[in-house]
Write a protein that binds this ligand. Sequence first.
Ligand code: NAP
Length: 263
Amino acid sequence: MNQVALITGASRGIGRGIALQLARLGFDLVLNYRSNRDAAEATARDCATAAMAVGKEILVELCAADISKGQDRATLLQFTKQNFSRLDLLVNNAGVAPRERRDLLEATEESFDELIDVNLKGPFFLTQAVARYFLELRAKVGAKFRPKIVTISSISAYTASVNRGDYCVSKAGLSMMTALFAARLAGAGINVYEIRPGIIATDMTSGVKEKYDALIANGLTPIPRWGEADDVARAVGAIAQDLFPFSTGGVINVDGGFHLRRL
Ligand code: NAP
């Protein structure tokens, strides 16, 4: 029987890359998205093809749900239970940038609420619900069941961008969320990880491409290129394969070395 992964925001960008990577590793997949059904269907087809290309047979199911809404999160987990009766990996990936970048002194409460709801409250309570399910499964299956939780945060967890403070605060919150769930769940054999991507080429960054092209050309990142969704996906793949069994609560930087202090 295949292991099962639930990936939020899997229709496009980094989530899509993670889905393709886990498909190649032979995971059955629940691909969550908010509204872009066409993109989600394309990702599902590509996952099946990617798995087949390496001789794996997988099941891929799509589930539309807005992770900022409690009822939708419940539906997403119920859908996973009904279709697979198990879950081995949760990837909290879905997230949004502010609709409009605004200076900190002009920032609105509306944008703050939206970003906290989608980027922090959604993952927090989805993780809580999934953790309870993991504990139920572990009580049945025993200690050999060692599921995992991965959260995609950002270099914005510690980098102050004064024109999108709401985004930074939401991502900083995810770092504490990882620490909290890691500490709470370690005794139950559930490891929890944070992946901090740097500047990754997706729809989210397409509007600021020229700005980042210039920054990268001027040495912003020691590895002088944009990141790809697949760079992040490979790190998730390593966790999914249990290559960090004695690590929990840790941060994996996938940022071309952006986090290094240099002189
Ligand atoms: P993206 O290309 O804009 O894709 C966002 C994905 O999230 C889509 O699948 C979208 O679904 C889904 N989504 C958005 N709101 C949702 C909601 N309320 N409920 C469920 N799904 C929702 O973004 P990305 O660049 O791949 O970013 C993915 C994650 O990586 C985000 O958490 C982001 O903050 C983080 N990140 C990105 C970068 C970067 O440079 N791109 C860097 C660091 C961290 P639909 O297709 O249905 O809209």
